[in-house]
Design a protein around this ligand. Structure first.
Ligand code: OSB
Ligand code: MG
Length: 368
């Protein structure tokens, strides 16, 4: 695949409902879309960096800069016959994982289309339907959250994840258990606590949660190991696992018992598959996380989540969980059994609606 040109777009899609985490409140999803042109074909990838560096250190501005100056020049005019040849071309560029992951996803889309296979097959996926859950943000009042939970359970979502932060934690979980009983439930702190808050997690340990996601600092493994030793509930790391080597080290020292895999956080689908394989070999379950992706990023996440060790329900909700109108046809839909079908058409397996992409584009450039 000769890389003829790369189109970069910044887009902003309004969210149907504001989404609040311990690091802030979002009313729209701001991301970059990479479209790679090769020998008459094209592939799409999403860079789910937000408008501010709050989840990790990237935002759409840093991603654009690094793509324009370093990542795109490293591939333009080159023949890349396999997307696995891309990471070595950009390893000298430190981090900027979301920026790299968006380009790698577009290369995978092109590659799978060239083989007329769904991306799932090219990645070694085995599952055709993914059990999915929903991630629910912090609300002004618990009753609003309870209403939203009953709505999503009625739609068929298989597990509920709620965001927590200091002051919105044990009492919230207690109310959810009181109202909904023993539903599959987990919490995500997005790094809002320190080891000095261990008592909060010992209290949460009594509620039979599936897991506690990223309780402590985003760059920490050591304190997570100390906290995990005090809990029966598995700790699941998200922000702290930025590469296969971080995953290995976290498992070696007992910093977590579950990993949330996001290709965007670890530098691309190849690294995501490597973390999946490592966890599989060690009997550690994984699940596919999300970053509010449009259908373009969501389709790649679904293909990844089809690998055999993605055992726990993913944060892979339907298009209508976040968007009035997604950028793809058909939109991602929830089946009545609480699963989502992995696209079966070649590549990402979805059709990008250019008219809708144009309508939400705030910045666009073509590099050739
Ligand atoms: O920590 O998993 C997270 C959204 C934005 C940033 C970080 C996270 C999230 C979510 C939502 O929890 C996942 C999704 O539904 O896409
Ligand atoms: Mg998380």
């Amino acid at each position: 695949m000769r890389i003829d040109a790369v189109e970069l777009r910044e887009v902003a899609l309004p969210l149907r409902f504001p989404f609040e985490t311990s690091f802030g409140r979002s009313e729209s999803h701001v991301c970059l879309l990479a479209r790679i042109f090769s020998e008459g074909a094209e592939g799409w990838g999403e860079v789910p960096a937000d408008s501010a560096p709050l989840y990790n250190e990237e935002d759409v501005g840093t991603a654009w800069h690094v793509l324009e100056r370093f990542i795109i020049p490293a591939i333009l005019g080159r023949a890349i016959d396999d997307p696995r040849a891309f990471p070595p071309l950009v390893t000298r560029i430190r981090r900027h994982h979301m920026a790299k992951a968006g380009v790698e996803a577009a290369l995978w889309d092109l590659y799978a289309r060239q083989w007329t296979q769904p991306l799932r097959m090219m990645l070694g996926g085995t599952q055709e339907r993914i059990p999915v859950g929903v991630s629910l943000g912090i609300e002004p009042e618990i009753d609003i959250l309870l209403d939203r939970i009953s709505d999503f359970l009625a739609q068929g979502y298989r597990r509920i994840k709620v965001k927590i932060k200091p002051g919105w934690d044990v009492a919230v979980v207690e109310r959810i258990r009181a109202v909904f009983g023993n539903i599959p439930l987990q919490v995500d702190a997005n790094s809002a606590y320190t080891l000095a808050d261990a008592n909060v997690f010992r209290a949460l340990d009594e509620y039979g949660l599936l897991l506690i996601e990223q309780p402590l600092e985003e760059d920490d493994l050591i304190d997570h190991a100390a906290l995990q030793a005090q809990l029966r509930t598995p700790i699941c790391l998200d922000e702290s696992i930025v590469s296969p080597s971080h995953a290995r080290k976290a498992l070696d020292i007992g910093a977590c018992r579950v990993i949330n895999i996001k290709a965007a956080r670890v530098g691309g689908l190849s690294a995501a598959v490597a973390i999946h394989d490592l966890c599989h070999a060690r009997g550690v379950p994984v699940w596919c996380g999300g970053l509010l992706e449009t259908g373009i990023g969501r389709a790649a996440n679904l293909a990844l989540a089809s690998l055999p060790n993605f055992i726990l329900p993913g944060d892979l909700s339907a298009s209508d969980r976040y968007y009035e109108q997604d950028l793809i046809d058909p939109p991602v839909r929830l089946e009545s059994d609480g699963t989502i079908a992995v696209p079966a058409a070649p590549g990402l397996g979805v059709t990008v609606r250019l008219d809708r992409v144009e309508a939400v584009t705030t910045r666009c450039a073509l590099f050739r």
